[in-house]
Design a protein around this ligand. Sequence first.
Ligand code: CP
Length: 318
Amino acid sequence: MPFKRKDLLGLRDLAADEIEHILETAFSLKEINTRSIKKVPTLRGKTIVHLFYEPSTRTRTSFDIAAKRLSADTYSITGSTSSMVKGETFLDTLKNLEAMHPDIFIIRHSASGAPHRLATRTPVSIVNAGDGMHEHPSQALLDMMTIIEKKGRLDGLTVLIVGDIAHSRVARSNLLGLKKMGAHVVACAPPTLMPVDLDLMGAEVCSKVDDAIPHADVIMVLRLQKERQQQMLLPSMREYSVCYGINRSRLERARRDAIIMHPGPINRGVEISPDVADGPQSVILDQVSNGVAVRMAVLYLLGQRDASRALAQREESA
Ligand code: CP
């Protein structure tokens, strides 16, 4: 089945069969990562540019590894190394890079909606690698892949998402994706960190984590964004940890086969205790491994499109 999209901007845009197609592709490509020669020629001759205007360890590295394992050429620009520090706009930066005929831009930006806006201004494919508090589609896809790998399905599972849901693009993309794939999503957060429209997105809202834990097949813990402390949204980190932190005694209430997930980076001892993060129910590093496979799938599917032809067509019609 061909993937008909120009961009991957969010899971809000994707239908269940498109999500399924990306995940099936990821499962089939995963094996390449365990070969002694981890490289296939699939995207040979394609050019991928990373534009990361926010810090990243996992997303940036795994997109770069994924691209290189598919034999694409990659180039990287960060906020501090681009001419945006000299006053160039993001759109001008993109237009100048576009003139070098790349095939895919991978963009992380602190402004919600930035990749969506740019996607309408360029024929080059855009992958959203996290935009503000909005979406992080490749993270949700790798999370779904990990759940399927561990649980065999998504349909009918109960996924508990605990933490700073209001400011989390990971929570938003997971919620949208998991609901489309038939999972039951329970969201648990202090009232100041819970978005008001969550029930409209189809999540069950729960304020007491201890009530939700026994019913969960998957417990997805979110990073407590320490910067929220300055906004007075929490009385203290310690109180958050006591009321919402996933620790050994809290996990005793969970099913024995419940899995613990976290997108990273982790605040050990705040939203998750070290023994739980490193314990037998944790699949956190499996998520990281699957991140490479999912990003290979995304680049492979978007890379089938001929961006150079789209650019040439646009130049002809101008
Ligand atoms: N989960 C995630 O997006 O991690 P990074 O910020 O390190 O990319």
